[in-house]
Ligand binder design. Structure first.
Ligand code: SAM
Length: 320
């Protein structure tokens, strides 16, 4: 019953349609590669430099139809993909790219009905992907410290029709999360390692933790904090996505690509009080063992040098 009433509130995102519905979002794609995302409202007109399109002329048309501006320029009327929604939101911050958002959904094993916590909201780019994954029965609880970013994300989520599946808080992670027993917690803040106690308090046993961070230094800090806070199954990953020039006779990659977006770090909390070193990766254990061995050898060397020094001093001493 609850799920049905929620579905009624988000008709266009919960079901695929074959025609352009009033109130839904559509993409108008030009042959030149531009993509416009518009909400179809009876009586309104959408203006572009190719001319304008009356919404009433588009409503009810089959998706996949070529439509023409009053100047005769063609555009293709399509259902937006999730990438279209994320790429076309208003940006107040850097947003998480669809390639990373898609993999994070997979990494955190999100599905319809999950309860997922996120901070910071930023422009709401990832929030859209999270809400899409857990809707209609699930919920995203998203925390943002800055009022301006909160407002932009709120408007973005409202526009794409996913606000009903999101609870937004203008609040710092530092204060902790208001939820407990979450299926997953995701952090996109500068120093995620500082907030692991808050993450632990909010996650259900067996829950998923993930973070996205842009620099190697931040990854090292987070790894150190995860080890110290008894997180296990730790992974550090990076995704590179290469687009191709779509010419069957001469198929080859685009000349340029997005070189770096961020590192994805994921981990699972250990809830019993076991030896925290037990769940380190094999490489990490080997490294720690080698370092411990080197420290012992170095201490022995130091002791031997000191003893040899004492002996040399003693031999040079004048006889009484
Ligand atoms: C890179 S943006 C997040 C972008 C977002 N993932 C998206 O796809 O649109 C980082 C956000 O975290 C917010 N932030 C930083 N520290 C925070 C904290 N302690 N609590 C809550 N939000 C925080 C910043 O204000 C900023 O909006």
């Amino acid at each position: 019953m609850a799920a049905n009433s929620r579905q009624e509130k988000i008709p266009w995102v919960s079901t695929h349609h074959t025609t352009a519905l009033a109130g839904s979002l559509v993409i108008l794609a030009t042959a030149g590669g531009k993509r416009y995302l518009i909400a179809l409202r009876p009586g309104q007109t959408f203006h572009t430099n190719l001319g304008h399109f009356r919404h009433d002329d588009l409503i009810g048309l089959p998706l996949g139809t070529t439509v023409y501006s009053q100047l005769g320029h063609p555009v293709l009327l399509m259902e937006p993909s999730l990438s279209d929604l994320i790429n076309r939101i208003k940006r107040n911050t850097q947003i998480i790219y669809p390639k990373d958002a898609a993999y994070l959904v997979h990494r955190m094993s999100l599905r319809n009905g999950d309860q997922v916590i996120e901070a910071g909201t930023g422009s709401g780019g990832l929030t859209i992907a999270l809400a899409w994954a857990v809707a209609p029965a699930g919920r995203v609880y998203t925390y943002e410290v800055r009022a301006d970013n909160y407002q932009v994300a709120h408007a973005n989520l409202e526009r794409v029709g996913l606000l009903d599946n999101v609870s937004m808080y203008q609040q710092s992670v530092e204060e902790g999360f208001r939820q407990q027993g979450a299926d997953a917690v995701f952090l996109d803040v500068r120093e995620p390692g500082q907030y692991l106690p808050q993450v632990r308090a909010a996650l259900r046993p067996g829950g998923f933790f993930a973070a996205l961070i842009p620099t190697v230094n931040q990854v090292i800090d987070l790894l150190t904090a995860l080890e110290a806070s008894s997180f296990a199954d730790i992974a550090v990953e990076e995704l590179l996505l290469r687009q191709y020039k779509v010419v069957p006779e001469r198929l080859r990659p685009d000349d340029s690509m997005v070189g770096h977006t961020g590192f994805l770090v994921s981990a699972r909390p250990v809830i019993d009080a076991t030896d925290p070193g037990r769940w380190l990766s094999e490489e990490r254990k080997r490294f720690k063992t080698r370092k411990a061995f080197e420290a012992i050898v170095e201490a022995e060397e130091e002791k031997r040098r000191a003893e040899q020094g004492d002996e040399a001093v003693r031999r040079r001493m004048p006889l009484p």
